[in-house]
Design a protein around this ligand. Sequence first.
Ligand code: GCB
Length: 589
Amino acid sequence: MLTPRTTRTRDIRPLDGLWRFALDGEVGERPWATRLPIDRLVPVPASYNDIFLAPEIRSHVGVVWYQRDVHVPATWGGQRIVLRFDSATHSGTAYVGDELVVQHHGGFTPFEVDITEHVMPGEVARVTIAIDNRLTSETIPPGVLVTGKDGRDQQLIRHDFFNYAGLARSVRLYTTPVDHIRDITVRTDVVDGLGAVHYEVDTSAGSEPAVELRDEDGRLVTSGHGTSGSLSVPDPKLWEPGNAYLYDLVVRLGEGGDEYTLPVGIRTVAVRGQQFLINDKPFYFTGFGKHEDSDIRGKGHDDTLLVHDFELMGWIGANSFRTSHYPYAEEWLEYADRRGIVVIDETAAVGLNINIAAGLVGGATQRTFSPEAMSDATRAAHAESIRELIQRDKNHPSVVMWCIANEPASSEEGAREYFEPLVELTRTLDPTRPVTFANQGAARFDNDRIVDLFDVVCLNRYFGWYEHTGDLAAAEGALEEELRGWAATHDKPIVMTEYGVDTLAGLHSAHPGPWSEEYQIDFLEMYHRVFDRVDAVVGEQIWNFADFQTTSGVFRVDGNKKGVFTRNRRPKSVARALRARWMAMVAAL
Ligand code: GCB
């Protein structure tokens, strides 16, 4: 499945804007077959939750309906017409007119359907989609549905971010010729200074494509023929962190046939001993775990926020981020490709651990990997989420590693049996990128059961916050002991993919204690001292780039406040200290 682009042979009609909107209980039997009332409109792209004031919308559990009419251009006759949703969180069932045309599960990856038979160029078509936000043990991320004493459905989630839902990314109609390019896969390599672009083209009718590689000035570098092949690039300009270079791979099906242009960055990624190599050079990750999250929009994609977040990352000296805890809108990767920002790309498999709370506050534990919790059905959904992530993101040079889960119960019985086939699947789908998962504190170097299956040790640690709260001296000892333990037992690079403290912007203290801006500074300084003493540490990604919304609870005051920036992107005091460290690292390169 290719990202929709306009080319000589392809056109796009965006369906973003205001759609009619209703909760399931507000409509009759077959809402797609009627016109929904126009008294409530919802913007797309946006999560619907925070837009309206009615609590029954914000905390709705179940199905909502989106609908709009679209004029199919009269000029589109003879073309193949495709309806594409960049995401529907967490599952979508779409109708065109009275017909069900596509269903999709998984809230963070795209789906599309050929609707040529369902629409008439020059006429108006009615597009309706039912979106279900419910999470169960058979979805990724998993959740639990319970019925409250008042008879209402309640959604329990196992992750620390608000369960935003709806059409948070773009919706489009687009065309291709009938005989069209279905997919392109590229892999790049550099051998003895010679670049190689290996390509595979999947076409609908088996026609022979012609391919051209053009440089950033549009000059032809080299060309080839056929559904697969290798293009040699003498003196390649490499895609490098902080210094991106993108070629264009132009694919054509014969004279006047379908045409598609794919940006291609030539680079290599490898893990050697305790080093992470990009283009054969040791790479040190600086940056953040992020969220797609902002006021009012929830997880709604917004190019303004995208560009501003990259500006802030550039200002502070971040060279990377992790798409915690789900695949982000593809615009994030396209922009990272252009800006030379390195991405650890994560599935939505967050919360495969039913004992985290018990671990923090004490209490009875149960088996996570069992038919009652994370079962074979969970794993099947997890496998699908890996397939869809790699299918969508395989061609992005910015993506240097797949992260297939966040904080699973990796020290528990059953973890290995659960993960082994998933790691194998990931490697089969993409043999070129390292694979990792983000490890949770209860799974240490001496009791984790799965790390050896992976290439890089990614650790999420909160010494000084959830443990040794307020005692940075004790936290420093514990952190160093753990890092040295991992380094001694595993010949793999270590990236700290989470470390951070809730910090209330504006709270200052001469006795730097938790929640104050001073404590955030001292906490990060301490971690950085330790990282600098342990050679196997090849990266630091702070939790979190910005404050973000969560479910209400005694642990959270209007969301998680571990941001280096506030939710509306104002820097906390720590930002300058961080900038000084990361800029000095850039200067030393
Ligand atoms: C974690 C999770 C992240 C949370 C964070 C926290 O370990 O991976 O989703 O938001 O801790 O702040 O507790």
